[in-house]
Each structure stands twice: as structure tokens, then as C-alpha cells.
Write a protein that binds this ligand. Structure first.
Ligand SMILES: [Zn+2]
Length: 473
């Protein structure tokens, strides 16, 4: 058994030698011509659009452990076989099985109103009476920590912070702490429940769900999200200076763990078949919508890319492996199982692509590669010129499902999907097929297809990335 760690050290020792030759190892004219063919075919290929339509119509919502989750696995196997992928299989994954149930949020005073709400993913429910208490508004966790002792004891805490709209998704990273850590942060100070302004940018009345993380040894309190316009209205109630009183109720609950699976298929490589170029997306989704942009589009994109590569006259040198990961949304179970299994495989994961940021278009090509491979990334970037991408830095973070492999040194190429409107829809009931622009999805397939193909053909070695990867949130 060859572990990542030993491999990592071995290749690191050799990297001084191989870098001497790196500049000579550029892509051939033949491979670049095939990339042009791929790009033009992708811009006219409707496979990805058909796949996301099929997944969202025939399966729909597929939260971990649900019947939809199981149906999605069968869908993935069926569609990979239909597309002619090789070695189509599942990898069993144990997943938590949380059930949303019903949720209610009401302001009782000063001015009564019922507010549409969603439990945060993983939240405990309340008892049948619900939680009724005076409410305290704070902006974020730092503001909560700055309150005087006892300020939120036996209270409901409302986190009012608003997420910024950004193209690269950085607004999400800055805002998401209240959702992930807010419940335990408030419970540690004696709060009975929390409500957050959704971590999302929808201007409409759509609450955004998403996972929370309870800390051990701290009481588990129920946690809810409300939409931006309702959060604005609730802020006006607080601004009156009158005491705000609320009632929250939820029937959310956790059932015993269930079996799920990663679904895997390949376009086998030729002379470097034992080197894997992995294309990842997640098969699960949250349940208010049908998971079209998160992450049906990503599933469709990576499958559409592999299908186009499989139809070229030339077979890829490295193996293109598509992995549809189980349960990204509530603990990345599929990724963790896959990463552990990969350490025991005789093949090596040398380059990764993840699609988990909507349905396109791609606006930038970023990377996280060993600096010795920057010349070939530049060549790949030039091959995407008609797609009018910006050139990103070599500091890509990659997605959640490939995080373990990337931290072990696997290179990442990141055709960055445009996130400007992504968080209008993310984790809401509005995540449906209607949010996908077929032309933008085809452009994204083209950007990924060119990059993945050329990554598979690179005549040099994709050397491990030795710079320590910061952990993802
Ligand atoms: Zn996602």
C-alpha cells in the first residue's frame, strides 16, 4: 500500500531534477487541435442540459439518506452507462439522515407577524409548544461575544448580518460563520434558539438553509433562517426600541445513519492510465428546491465533459474519472470516504477539477499547481481564449469534495464559475431548472473540457503541490 504521504516525499525529493526539464514539456499541436475541436463541440452540445433536466425532474431533491438520495445513485449509474463510461460503479458511504420537518417563526411583539422560515440543516427540533422568548439582535458572532454577561440567557438570538454579493463567492465565506457556528456560540451563552438572516443574496422571500455544526458539550438549540426581506422587517421591529418577542417551532429530527454512495465512472487513459484526472461534483442536494444549480449543474457538467472527451478520435493519456460525491452538504461524507480509499489505490490522483458553484458561465481560470507546471497552465489558458476568461492566480482553493486530495498535494485547475447570482438561489426553494441558462452551461462545459483534456495530455508530470493548503471552512 502506497500512502499519499510517502508518495509526496518521494516526488518532492525528485522535483528539483524534473523542474530542469519542465519548460520543454509543453502540449503538442495535435492535442491543442483536439482541444479546439472539444471547445467547439461543447458550445453546441446539449448533454449537460439534458442531464440536469433529467436529474431535477426524475429525481428531484436528494438530501443525504433520503429516498431521493437513493434514487439519485441509480440515476447516476444508469446515465454513466448510457453515456458509455467505463468501470461504472458505486463506493458505499455512510451518511447522516436528518429530516427537516416543519418550521414556524412568529413575531409576537411589538407587531405580530408570521415569517416563512427553514430550519438550518442538522438543527434539532423544538418541543411541540415551540420556544417562546424575548429576542436579542446582534450582527454576528463577534457582536454576540461582546455583549454583557447574561444578555442572551434564555433569549432567542437574531443574527442580522447581510452577505455581500461577489463574483468569486468570497461574500459567502465571510458571512457563513453565523450559520455554522452561531447555534453553539449562542447556546454557550444560555440562548434557547437562534434565527439568522439567511446566508444568501436573494432579494425575494426565500429563506436559505445550509448546515450548522454543533460543538460537543454545548446544549443543542434549534436554529432557523429567514429571508432577506423578512430580516429587514425584523430589524425594523428591533429599531422601534420596543421589546421583540418571538416564537419558534420545528419538527426537525435526526434518524439513524443510512447507506449512500459515491458514483464513479471513467474514460480510461492510455500510456499514463494509472494517473487520474478527477472531475468531481456532488450528487446530494438540500431539499427545499430540487438542487438544479447546487449541484445538479455540476453533476451534469462533469458528466458532459467526460462524454465529449470520450468521443474524441484520440483517447486521453491519463484516466478521466468522474466522481459524483455523496453528501457534500451535511458533512462531506462522500469526500472523506473517497479520500481514504484513494490512499489505498494503486493509481494516483494527479489533477482535480470540481464543479460546485452553479451553472456557469466560467469567467476565470485559476489554479493550484506546483510552480513547475505554470507554463502548461498558461498554455491551457491560451487554448480557452475564445471563451474570454480572465487569468486567475495560482491560489485556487478548489471545492469541498476535492479538499482532502488537494491537501495531500494533488494539483487543482479551477475554471471559476460566475457566482454573482449563485447565492440568490443557493439552498432555497427557488433552486430549480428555471435558474439555469443553457448557453452559460455549455460555455462552462467548454472551459472544463478544454482544461481537463489538456491536463490529461500534459507530457510532463503534474508534480505535487508542496505549499500547505489552508483548510476550508
Ligand atoms: Zn454544493
Amino acid at each position: 500500500m502506497r500512502t499519499f504521504k510517502s508518495l509526496f516525499i518521494t516526488v518532492s525529493l525528485l522535483s528539483g531534477l524534473s523542474s530542469t526539464f519542465a519548460a520543454d514539456k509543453l502540449l503538442s499541436k495535435v492535442d491543442l487541435a483536439a482541444a479546439n475541436t472539444l471547445r467547439e463541440r461543447a458550445l453546441n452540445d446539449t448533454t449537460a442540459g439534458q442531464l440536469v433536466e433529467s436529474l431535477t425532474t426524475e429525481v428531484g431533491a436528494r438530501p443525504a439518506g433520503s429516498t431521493g438520495d437513493k434514487a439519485a445513485i441509480q440515476w447516476g449509474l444508469r446515465e454513466m452507462k448510457r453515456l458509455g463510461f467505463s468501470n461504472v460503479r458505486t463506493m458505499e458511504v455512510t451518511v447522516p439522515h436528518w429530516v427537516r420537518g416543519e418550521a414556524e417563526c412568529a413575531v409576537l411583539a411589538p407587531w405580530p407577524v408570521n415569517i416563512p422560515t427553514l430550519a438550518l440543516g442538522g438543527s434539532v427540533g423544538t418541543d411541540s409548544e415551540g420556544v417562546e422568548a424575548d429576542a436579542v439582535m446582534v450582527k454576528d458572532i463577534a457582536a454576540l461575544a461582546a455583549l454583557p454577561a447574561g444578555a442572551v440567557k434564555d433569549k432567542i438570538v437574531f443574527f442580522s448580518n447581510r452577505m455581500d454579493r461577489t463574483q468569486d463567492g468570497s461574500g459567502y465565506g465571510r458571512a457563513v460563520a453565523v450559520r455554522v457556528q452561531g447555534p453553539s456560540a449562542a447556546a454557550a451563552l444560555g440562548a434557547r434558539a437562534i434565527v439568522i438572516r439567511s446566508v444568501g443574496t436573494s432579494p425575494n422571500r426565500f429563506p436559505h438553509t445550509g448546515s450548522l455544526r454543533y460543538l460537543a458539550d454545548i446544549a443543542r438549540i434549534a436554529a432557523f433562517a429567514i429571508s432577506n426581506p423578512d430580516a429587514d422587517a425584523l430589524e425594523r421591529q428591533f429599531a422601534s426600541g420596543k421589546q421583540v418577542r418571538m416564537r419558534l417551532r420545528s419538527t426537525a429530527r435526526e434518524l439513524p445513519p443510512e447507506k449512500s454512495a459515491n458514483v464513479i465512472g471513467e474514460v480510461p487513459g492510455t500510456d499514463r492510465a494509472n494517473e487520474i484526472v478527477i472531475l468531481g461534483a456532488h450528487l446530494d442536494s438540500w431539499d427545499p428546491g430540487v438542487g438544479a444549480i447546487d449541484d445538479g449543474a455540476g453533476v451534469a457538467l462533469v458528466m458532459g465533459v467526460a462524454k465529449l472527451i470520450s468521443e474524441l478520435d484520440t483517447k486521453p493519456r491519463r484516466t478521466i474519472r468522474v466522481v459524483l460525491f455523496a453528501n457534500e452538504e451535511f458533512g462531506t461524507s462522500g469526500s472523506r470516504t473517497y479520500t481514504t480509499a484513494a490512499q489505498a489505490e494503486s493509481v494516483r490522483h494527479v489533477l482535480g477539477f470540481e464543479a460546485d458553484f452553479g451553472a456557469g458561465p466560467v469567467w476565470r481560470l485559476s489554479s493550484r499547481v506546483n510552480p513547475n507546471q505554470l507554463p502548461v497552465v498558461e498554455q491551457i489558458f491560451r487554448a480557452t481564449a475564445p471563451l474570454k476568461l480572465a487569468r486567475g492566480a495560482n491560489t485556487a482553493t478548489g471545492g469541498a469534495d476535492l479538499d482532502g486530495l488537494a491537501r495531500a498535494g494533488m494539483a487543482i485547475l479551477s475554471p471559476d464559475l460566475d457566482g454573482t447570482k449563485y447565492f440568490d438561489v443557493h439552498h432555497t426553494a427557488n433552486d430549480t431548472l428555471a435558474q439555469i441558462d443553457p448557453g452559460a452551461l455549455q460555455q462552462a462545459v467548454a472551459a472544463y473540457a478544454v482544461s481537463a483534456w489538456l491536463g490529461a495530455q500534459y507530457p510532463g508530470d503534474w508534480e505535487p503541490v508542496t505549499e500547505v493548503k489552508p483548510p476550508r471552512r
